[in-house]
Design a protein around this ligand. Structure first.
Ligand code: URA
Length: 234
């Protein structure tokens, strides 16, 4: 981690002030006054500011990101595609995505450095409801909606009860909200494919009671304390 970020995470100063501290010779690493502002702190380094040893606090951070299409939900990508980490570069904590959205799916993604919280949220036993808005090809008949609500076989797995609400029909397409309780790989796309209405656009618009709202694509905000508690209680 960059020295200025390390100092900021220790709660000593902002990143900009941290740069000044380095420039003024107030920072030592392993007993030696630091000369480079771009120094990357490695594990085992002892960092001192004005003679006092510092360590970054592991302050818990909870972020709601509006993931755009075209980003992978991983910390790094071996094909060098943009990752969601590129969108949260200025967050002073080692956060990671909770769960996953496909490369071609946009919408709400929670990111945190709280491992217990992430575990609870993704554990199947908590059955956290997630709502997606899908634009699908064709018309969704009442029979098809009933099938989705009851559960469909997506290849060796029958989905549990879902909520389905048609928002509008547009020419030969339908915009529909669907709430599911599992998180199988590409589940929503598979569900609509099985009934013959392939997904053309997909966005996650809510997790539990928390809504994506008007947050613009590529932007993030902190979850409120109430939202964090809500997700913990699900
Ligand atoms: N279901 C999908 O098909 N894709 C997602 O990204 C999330 C749910």
């Amino acid at each position: 981690m960059r020295i200025n970020k390390y100092i900021a995470q220790a709660g000593v100063a902002s990143r900009r002030k941290a740069d000044e501290l380095v420039a003024n010779g107030n920072v030592k690493v392993n007993g030696l006054t630091l000369k480079e502002a771009g120094y990357d702190v490695v594990q085992g380094d002892v960092v001192e500011v004005n003679g006092r040893r510092i360590e970054p606090e592991d302050k818990k951070v909870y972020i709601l990101l509006h993931k755009p299409v075209g980003y992978v939900t991983t910390v790094s990508d071996d094909k060098d595609r943009p990752t969601v980490m590129d969108l949260v570069r200025d967050v002073d904590a080692r956060i990671f995505p909770v769960g996953r959205l496909d490369y071609n799916t946009s919408g709400m993604l929670i990111m945190t450095n709280d491992g217990d919280f992430a575990y609870r949220l993704t554990h199947p036993k908590h059955e956290m409801p997630k709502t997606y808005r899908a634009r699908v090809a064709g018309v969704l008949s009442d029979e098809k909606c009933a099938k989705l609500r009851k559960g469909v076989d997506i290849g060796g797995f029958v989905t549990s009860k879902a909520k389905v609400q048609i928002i509008r029909g547009v020419q030969r397409q339908t915009v529909v909200d669907i709430t599911i309780h599992e998180g199988k790989n590409r589940q929503v796309r598979k569900m609509f494919k099985v009934i013959g209405n392939p997904v053309q656009e997909l966005s996650r618009i809510a997790i539990g009671e928390i809504k994506l709202g008007r947050l613009s694509e590529g932007h993030y905000r902190k979850l409120t304390r109430e939202e964090i508690e809500h997700l913990r209680s699900c």
